[in-house]
Design a binder for this molecule. Structure first.
Ligand SMILES: [Mn+2]
Length: 331
């Protein structure tokens, strides 16, 4: 047991003992971050609590139908005083919390950290961290179930399922376990609409986005190490040509993972201080988490992200190739 760990049962008890919650998730929120945050808001409201979420960024379009209205885009330190508990979701360290100008390490409110990242640093008063869990939403389901007499509505269930579906890639990734499948079945029995989620998440790409992906695959896909590594560089002019909102391209990297023989895949795009990097591994033998930790980032062993500090793409790719080669040769 790490420092200040709590069990799901204790987390449910902490929720019962507080009345007004602020829900926070990470920057560039993905399906698990948003599904978890909206599910928690809904659960708290259904069970007689007050709660608001802090979501400073505009949501990716495909998530808007799931959004809750109790969200703020801004918060000052004095606004924080109106709450009596902060719950941080899917955030491995407080620096990654959305709205980073607030130092969540120093605020005078009790913080609960609920997460499944293996590099979570247990930054809160109460830490419920389970790296075996497929999604933060999956941990939340365990918490909700262990609350005595707590109500889990169909809408809460659906939002939990959204988080689970997105972090398991629709139950395709290696984190798909008997446990998460059982939980998903229980969530369906609570009347979550699985087919609505699948349709909205996987079968609703705008046509220009699909054409953008096609052109990207045709002209900007590169491979190395006998095809064991494949990556895209995303040219800003291509993004402009198809008027693509990069927030909506969460699944883009799957096109690389789908290629036979790839072990590690990546997406590189220009960022403020260099090149933003997304990484996926297709086998537990290769840790992209280890690569990301060396490149100003982190995450899971098989899904991670970082930032390559380089002045030009050529240098960024060189740095990346060195790290990928080392990881591919590690076994
Ligand atoms: Mn997650």
């Amino acid at each position: 047991m790490m420092k200040n760990s709590v069990t799901p049962h204790e987390a449910a008890e902490i929720i019962r003992q507080h009345d007004n919650f602020l829900v926070v998730t990470h920057e560039n929120p993905d399906g698990d971050a948003l599904g978890s945050a909206f599910a928690l808001l809904n659960f708290l409201h259904d069970n007689g609590k007050m709660a608001e979420a802090l979501l400073p960024e505009e949501l990716p379009e495909k998530y808007r139908t799931f959004a809750s209205s109790d969200c703020r885009t801004e918060m000052t330190l004095s606004d924080l005083a109106t709450f009596d508990c902060v719950i941080m979701l899917d955030i491995p360290n407080a620096k990654r919390a959305a709205l980073s100008h607030i130092d969540f390490n120093g605020i005078p409110l009790p913080v609960m950290n609920i997460d499944h990242h293996p590099d979570n640093v247990f930054y809160a008063k109460w830490n419920l961290v389970d790296p075996q869990a497929a999604a933060t939403a999956d941990i939340l389901f365990t918490v909700f179930r262990s609350g005595k007499g707590a109500k889990i509505s169909a809408r809460t269930a659906e939002l939990l399922l959204l988080g689970i579906v997105m972090d398991t890639g629709g139950f395709r990734f290696d984190n798909t376990s008997p446990k998460v499948l059982r939980h998903a079945a229980e969530i369906l029995e609570l009347k979550a609409d699985y087919h609505k989620i699948i349709k909205q998440m996987f079968f609703s790409n705008p046509l220009p986005q699909q054409q953008f992906q096609a052109e990207l695959q045709l002209h900007h896909l590169r491979t190395a190490f006998n095809g064991r590594f494949a990556w895209f560089f995303i040219p800003p002019e291509l993004v402009r040509k198809y008027n693509v909102d990069m927030r909506n391209t969460e699944g883009l990297i799957e096109a690389l993972r789908a290629i036979r023989g790839t072990e590690i895949v990546a997406i590189i795009q220009p960022a403020e201080q260099g090149f933003k990097l997304s990484l996926r591994s297709k086998s537990p033998c290769f840790s992209v988490g280890a690569i990301a930790r060396k490149l100003n980032g982190g995450g899971h062993e098989m899904a991670a992200g970082g930032l390559i500090k380089a002045s030009c793409l050529e240098n960024a790719e060189k740095i990346l190739l060195t790290h990928v080669e080392r990881e591919l040769n590690a076994i």
